[in-house]
Design a protein around this ligand. Sequence first.
Ligand SMILES: [Fe+2]
Length: 200
Amino acid sequence: MGSNGRSNNGHGQPLYATRIDLPADIRAQVIASLNNTLAATLDLKTQVKQAHWNVKGLQFYQLHELFDEMASELEAYVDMVAERVTALGGLALGTARIAAAQSILPEYPLDILDGKDHVVALAERYAAYAKLVRDGIQSTDDLGDADTADLYTEVSRDIDKRLWFLEAHLQTGEAIVAMVQPEEDAAEPAKAKKTTKRTK
Ligand SMILES: [Fe+2]
């Protein structure tokens, strides 16, 4: 620990002293995960804005509005993730240059116009981001930071919902890959439940 209350977490970034009851090595690992997520979230937000500005076609207006709503939601996550980093004594790495360098997402295609192409491009990126966030739930839970796992869970639930919104634009009858039949054994408890009398 330096005299200014800083120590190095091994990634060339400062780790500040805090009264939080999580060990420094755990905080450093959670902070690294959060900064990785921060880069991807900033990147995704700018890509959704790119779609918001440039989408064309018959569904222009509804997609233009939907993409703006999604960008605002991501802006809120940017703040949540960055402030969890600082709450844990870390340095939030949130400039555009860092986001571009660290993001797991591919660059947004600049040669698409039609609404469907933008929806596909965003669905691919939301799916990759959803996986990153879901992995974050597990890894931070394993590290014993239930609060960060909860933050990830909140984001994950909303991202899955947005992925559904995007994919609903693309799904037709052919999108059904399997008809799921309940197995006989699994159907039994439901049957039993049906005949259970209510007690009040
Ligand atoms: Fe706008």
